[in-house]
Design a binder for this molecule. Structure first.
Ligand code: SF4
Length: 1011
């Protein structure tokens, strides 16, 4: 630094933000950015993005910076609590950890001895599912799940049953080469900073960004084009694009037969037991029809005849040196007919019902726009291919001297998946990508390791118990066929949430949204204990919120609660705390070890595998609560391991009954899921092994020394075509990501779904009970389909065959309105007036993450309440002015809220921010806090059942909660605060003092002594 000029003071232009710094991982949203936490005098001074971290490269968002106020939140829980009043009253007494753990063990021990399934263990925004799922497995309960069932399991399942990977956080656009990005239903959550960084790169390069979303906010606001689609019609739009690409012959057939199943033959034998399954050889290999004039290294199975193609023969579909045929009809040696998958696709999607003109009105998108987008996709993919001069070898040993890619990328999230037609919509998007040859090629969507996995992933859900009482496999997994379901001999559900039953067969993430109703009803059996972690189920994480509170507090005739015990762990005084019998206070994210594991939800990117840790910046005992008392809290993961040892669970207690692990940090280091495979992949064995290796006692220190994360680059020749790149497959196998190095065939046609359809037709040993057969047969279509979301149909007697939509007591029946949904017309063409003509959806704001963020002192300064946003034209139609109060009614209930005009919304849709509304008295906010007075939840309007009442309000394939199917009506109302209001929760008094965090340090920096 140059010497200051005479009479100029010496200025330190780069003062240190604090005295000490620790690098760890943010937990203010699901993104898991690297952060540097600066402290002075034992208090946080500043949180900074870690420039070296692979996820965020130094970028920090408002939430991440506000982690300071999260750590110092007055809502933090301080000690274990035991209920002393009625459940729901919020009356507790503080107890010590020994008593808390003894009580929990006393409740759980007899369950495990009697029937482990009487424990339902469900977690919310848990980032430690590799532990919690394993703990449930060791306990022996099948009733375990995390929150994916009400978040975006359609996205995960749609991807994993098609590509072996998915959008969510398991893949990314090729930011360096993409020319055209479509963002489908993406709000500002999940993968937040990587998306922001990537979008910035696309903007620099002039790539086109198209946002498909009923609301234009966040990423959509910077998109080059916004397509304000009607909720629930994304699949229809995708099919129209597919229709146009097929019609104009803009399809990458080379890609489709190399890496996908376009040429695989499907048996066409209506009524037969194998109708719709792939034709296979004696060794089970799928077959295709190939031109006879090309030699093959594989056994020839001569066919008897073919329609449309002379000189063909059967060949294994993965054979090289063949010319597969993708259209036509072929006769197999046994006389049955078979057609290639591509032929089936062409038959379906070239149908005029999927033309732009046919879908335009229903989607709310002009047909000309659909045609133009299809042309733009085709131009980007086929007129501007990306060629990387990188030599690589494919899984079959063929050498390539370059990587050819289609620079069209897609990213999608909850907006398309949280519908009752979401699974098929997610599959439709993947089919669209595949037709363009735009999966894991330069410029397209790319897998992040450990993905892709085999399609579908091989791990089935655990069903049976071993001799030591543990389950034979983790409770969650992937169903391949009816025999994998968790149903009893009568075909009825075995799980309390009915996941993996005939009602929701592919519910890979379980169904958190059904567990409380079913536990209350004893359906299919009563449970003893409901254990929840970070799941605000009595408020913003529940549909049918009012009833959920009642179910939690309802009693049997003998005076006992219908759900006898509720154990809850959270770091904060959420609305759910009052409904627990035993509260186990968690730490903040700066007070414990965590593993961001490749066994769970990794932080990899497309060019490298990565995982990370959190490690304590503070000992919670040194972090006083609002009353100045030291907090006595423990990380829930360590509590689980302690509890497991007390219960003598296998893998947690040694032969003498003592604990095997000293806590979660010890478990992270020493636990092996398979030989050499643990929660963290970095620095295993002697510290030089990565991926697989013996436990390394020094592993956590290596992570700390490296800034809290580990990352290993994929070799350059292995970074694309991961599903069929020998270099990648061998690298992934070496790291333990894949069991074998075989190529992974991407699946346009989902054969597992056809197995369910055949069962519904009566074939096989496992068939659905009669009442489910039509449903399974309809929705288990192996090619993606579109259907009207259930709520829109069933809440309208004129459309619903069953037509008897029960009017609930106190629910205002809708008044007739002008038709707002022109796609809904009667057969005679007369516009139909839907009783609930508007769609209603929530979006998560960029600046908050669930209910946690909306109690944060700094983030509340951005928004302390939400509004019902509607288009001014919609307001005019309903006689509603800007900031007027409105009554919003669904088939299920009504709320009164304040409206605000916004031009960034499709006119048939109203929307609001998610999880800002709070119950009075919760989160230690003032009882007249704006969040409670003017904030609100749409959840009160959302039923947990379909209007017809026969199934959960969910996707029939995966059980994904259909939050965004909500249909509403509006009318002006007079009010001064939102309705409904619930009795204020008691809890400790609100502390009005400002939450200061830096004054002492600032004064010290000025040379003053303070206290
Ligand atoms: S995007 Fe999420 S993880 Fe990253 S800094 Fe923001 S809140 Fe933290």
């Amino acid at each position: 630094m140059p010497a200051p000029a005479p009479n100029e003071p010496a200025l330190n232009l780069s003062p240190s933000p604090g005295d000490e710094v620790r690098t760890t991982t943010c937990y203010m949203c699901a993104c898991r950015c690297g952060i540097k936490v600066w402290t002075t005098d034992g208090r946080i001074r500043y949180i900074q993005g870690n420039p070296a971290h692979p996820v965020n490269q130094g970028v920090l968002c408002a939430k991440g910076a506000a982690g300071i106020m999260q750590h110092y939140s007055p809502a933090r829980l301080s000690r274990p609590l035991l209920r002393v009043g009625e459940r729901g009253s919020g009356e507790f007494r503080e107890i010590g950890w020994d008593e808390a753990l003894r009580i929990a063990a006393d409740w759980l021990r007899p369950i495990r001895e009697r029937n482990p399934d009487e424990l339902a263990f469900f977690t919310g925004r848990d980032q430690s599912q590799a532990l919690t799922g394993w703990w449930a497995q060791q306990f022996g309960t099948i009733n375990y799940a995390a929150h994916g069932g009400f978040c975006s399991v359609n996205m995960a399942a749609g991807g994993l049953y098609t590509l072996g990977g998915s959008f969510w956080e398991f893949g990314e656009p090729d930011w360096a080469h993409t020319r055209y990005l479509m963002l489908w239903g993406v709000a500002e959550d999940h993968d937040s900073n990587p998306l922001k960084l990537g979008l910035g790169r696309l903007k620099e390069r002039g790539a086109k960004i198209v946002a498909i979303n009923p609301v234009r906010s966040g990423y959509g606001a910077i998109a080059d084009e916004w397509i304000g689609i009607r909720p629930g019609t994304d699949g229809l739009f995708a099919f129209a694009l597919i229709h146009e690409l097929l019609r104009s012959d803009h399809v990458d057939l080379d890609y489709l037969v190399r890496y996908a199943d376009a040429h695989w033959l499907v048996i066409r034998d209506p009524g037969g037991a194998q109708d719709g399954l792939f034709a296979r050889d004696d060794e089970g290999r799928p077959l295709c029809a190939a031109r006879a004039d090309r030699p093959s290294a594989f056994r020839d199975e001569s066919p008897s005849s073919a329609s449309g193609h002379e000189g063909w023969r059967l060949a294994p579909a993965d054979a090289t040196d063949i010319s597969p045929l993708v259209v036509g009809e072929y006769t197999l040696a046994d006389g049955r007919t078979a057609v290639p998958v591509f032929q089936l696709m062409a038959e379906r999607y070239l149908d005029p019902q999927y033309s732009p003109d046919a879908v335009s009105e229903r989607c709310g998108i002009p047909a000309a726009t659909i045609r133009r987008i299809a042309r733009e996709l085709a131009a980007a993919a086929f007129e501007h291919p990306v060629r990387l001069p990188v030599a690589w070898t494919d899984a079959w040993g063929r050498e390539h001297d370059e990587m050819l890619g289609r620079p069209v990328a897609m990213h999608a999230m909850r907006g398309i998946s949280a519908h009752s037609n979401g699974f098929h919509t997610c599959r439709a998007l993947h089919v669209l990508q595949l037709l363009l040859g735009a999966v894991d090629t330069p410029g397209s969507f790319r897998f992040q390791p450990p993905y892709p996995k085999p399609v579908p992933p091989p791990n089935r859900p655990g069903k049976a118990r071993r001799a030591d009482g543990s389950l034979d496999a983790p409770p969650l997994g992937f169903v391949h066929a009816p025999e994998d379901l968790l149903v009893d001999a009568r075909g009825e559900p075995r799980r309390i949430d009915h996941a993996f039953s005939w009602s929701y067969p592919l519910s890979a993430h379980g169904m958190l949204h059904t567990v409380i109703r079913n536990a209350h009803a004893g359906d299919p059996y009563p449970i003893d204990t409901l254990m929840l972690f970070m799941a605000n189920m009595s408020w913003n994480s529940a549909m049918n919120t009012g009833e959920t509170m009642r179910w939690l507090t309802d009693k049997r005739d003998d005076g006992g609660y219908r759900i006898p015990h509720v154990i809850y762990s959270d770091a904060y005084a959420s609305e759910m705390v009052a409904y627990a019998d035993l509260v186990l206070p968690d730490t903040t994210y700066l007070e414990r070890f965590d593993a961001i594991s490749l066994l769970d939800r990794p932080i990899s990117d497309a060019d490298g595998a990565a995982d990370a840790i959190r490690h304590p910046v503070f000992d919670p005992a040194t972090q006083a609560d609002g009353d100045g008392r030291p907090r006595d809290v423990r990380g829930f993961q360590s509590v689980l391991l302690d509890l497991g040892a007390r219960l003598g669970l296998p893998g947690m207690a040694d032969a003498a009954g003592g604990p095997i692990y000293r806590g979660y940090a010890d478990y992270i280091v020493r636990h092996e899921r398979a030989p050499g495979v643990g929660l963290l992949a970095g620095w295993r064995g002697d510290g030089a092994q990565h991926g697989k290796g013996a436990p390394n006692p020094g592993q956590l220190q290596r992570y700390i020394d490296n800034g809290g994360y580990w990352r290993e680059e994929i070799p350059e020749h292995a970074r694309y075509f991961k599903m069929a790149n020998r270099g990648y497959l061998q690298w992934a196998q070496g790291k333990g990501f894949l069991g074998a190095g075989d190529a992974i065939a991407l699946q346009l046609y989902a054969e597992p779904l056809q197995r369910f359809r055949l069962a519904a037709q009566g074939h096989g040993a496992h068939v659905p009970p009669p009442r489910h057969r039509a449903r399974v047969e309809t929705y288990f279509d192996p090619l993606p389909l579109w259907y009207e979301p259930f709520e829109g149909v069933q809440s309208d007697a004129a459309q619903d065959d069953a037509s008897a939509v029960p009017a609930r007591a106190g629910v205002r029946r809708p008044v007739a309105t002008e038709p707002m949904d022109p796609g809904l017309r009667r057969d005679d063409g007369v516009p139909h007036t839907h009783p609930f003509p508007l769609h209603a959806i929530t979006q998560r704001p960029m600046f908050m993450y669930h209910a946690w963020g909306s109690q944060n002192a700094w983030l509340r300064q951005i928004a302390a309440r939400n509004w019902l946003y509607l288009h001014p034209d919609t307001g005019a139609k309903y006689g509603i002015g800007d900031e007027d109060w409105v009554e919003v009614a669904s088939h299920h209930g009504s709320i009164t809220v304040q409206a605000k005009f916004a031009g960034n919304v499709q006119p048939d849709t109203v929307w609001t921010w998610n999880a800002i509304g709070k119950r009075r008295g919760a989160w230690k906010l003032a009882k007249d806090a704006p969040e409670a007075e003017h904030g609100f939840l749409l959840n009160h309007l959302i039923s947990d059942r379909t209007p017809r009442g026969d199934y959960a309000n969910a996707d029939p394939v995966t059980g994904q909660a259909a939050w965004f199917d909500l249909r509403v009506n509006l009318r002006p109302a007079a009010a001064a605060c939102t309705q409904p209001q619930f009795a204020p929760l008691p809890g400790a008094a609100h502390d009005d003092r400002p939450l200061r965090y830096g004054a002492p340090q600032r004064q010290r920096n000025r040379g003053a002594r303070t206290r």
